[in-house]
Design a protein around this ligand. Structure first.
Ligand code: NAI
Ligand code: MG
Length: 335
């Protein structure tokens, strides 16, 4: 049995984590869940959105499955998601986007995995006013280091090698941002030499955006800096049916956290309408991470079967007529 920290989170979090736990149990995943709290619900209960016990549990068990967390807008505590990524140095954000059977999307045969650097770039939010009083001139700093670039690019290549993928595309803007993304590109060219069997190409981000909506099938593994990855990974989700069907992993050297890409969906919370599929796909990445490949494969097959043969049991956001519960039951029946 592998101990895994389970953070149900806020809004629809409890419904979709319940669903995922039910399905993983049915598939006989060897997991012992350690339930912990975080987010708005933890804040309301304990006054702390990221309780010390939760941090300790992740430190101890090193793997977590996390439901979405509500972040108050404007005021209140800072994002717990960002805090967790920084605390455990989860430098690699991995987001697969794959066409699914019987889910409406603009493209067929898309199957790409985006590796987004998760700790640096323009995304760190180091901003300042040039004139504090006038507040009419702002600046923002982007940070790129050789060390962090090497880590994320190497993990993209290692993933490609382990999953028998043929190509890594590095996305940058080195024609304009010659120092920051130029460094990222230079490190990529260096790392690529150690993986001669994998094709390496680089693309400028604006061209990449166009290519992704013209011929997304040409992409395999993609690696890029934080902000570009943030934007392009949502774009990739949109190519295959939206945020409701895409999972994600945040991986560091000492810990890994798996979560859906969507948020806590307060508009539908508690109504048995939430689609657990995105979190379920994240949990499959988690199963692979803890070497329970066969369990992951069995669940994936059951999900595909459910999408094709029992679409009515799926939730309305993907064209079904069912609920969180009917979907969960249908997948369990197919396992
Ligand atoms: P959201 O992703 O929660 O919702 C956007 C729309 O998609 C809503 O109409 C919602 O009903 C729908 N939706 C989302 N997930 C769904 C699912 N599984 N099944 C069916 N429909 C689904 O984004 P929003 O409204 O911008 O954010 C709500 C809260 O979530 C905010 O507090 C935000 O900060 C937080 N959030 C947390 C994330 C995380 O924990 N990783 C990521 C994104 C947002
Ligand atoms: Mg985003």
């Amino acid at each position: 049995m592998k101990k895994v920290v389970l953070i149900p989170g806020d809004g629809i979090g409890k419904e979709i984590t319940n669903s995922v736990v039910t399905i993983l149990e049915k598939a006989e995943a060897k997991i012992d869940w350690v339930e912990c709290s975080a987010g708005l619900s933890a804040y309301e209960e304990t006054g702390n959105p990221l309780p010390e016990e939760t941090i300790q549990a992740i430190e101890e068990h090193r793997v977590a499955l996390k439901g979405p967390l509500t972040t108050p807008v404007g005021t209140g505590f800072r994002s717990v998601n960002v805090a967790l990524r920084q605390k455990f140095h989860l430098y690699s954000n991995i987001r697969p986007a794959q066409t699914l059977p019987s889910i409406d999307s603009a493209f067929k045969n898309v199957n790409m995995v985006i590796f987004r650097e998760n700790t640096q770039g323009l995304y760190i939010g180091k901003e300042q006013w040039v004139d504090e009083d006038e507040k009419n001139h702002a600046e923002s700093i982007a940070v790129v280091t050789e060390e962090a670039s090497k880590k994320i690019i190497t993990s993209a290549f290692e993933y490609a090698r382990a999953h028998d993928r043929k190509k890594v595309t590095l996305v940058h803007k080195a024609n304009i941002l010659k120092f920051t993304t130029g460094l990222f590109l230079e490190v990529g060219r260096e790392v690529a030499k150690a993986f001669p069997e994998i094709e390496f190409e680089d693309l400028i981000v604006d061209n990449m955006a166009m290519q992704m909506v013209m011929r997304p099938q040409r992409f395999d593994v993609v690696v890029t800096t934080n902000l570009f990855g943030d934007i392009l990974s949502d774009l990739a989700s949109g190519l295959v049916g939206g945020l409701g069907v895409t999972g994600a992993a945040n991986i560091g050297d000492d810990a890994a956290m798996f979560e859906a890409v969507h948020g806590s969906a307060p508009d539908i919370a508690g109504q048995n309408k939430a689609n657990p599929l995105a979190l379920l796909f994240s949990s499959l990445m988690m199963l692979e991470h803890i070497d329970q490949m066969q369990v992951a494969e069995n669940i994936r097959k059951a999900v595909y079967k459910t999408l094709v043969e029992r679409k009515v049991y799926c939730t309305p956001d993907i064209g079904g007529e069912g609920t969180t519960s009917t979907f969960t039951q249908a997948v369990c029946d197919n396992i």
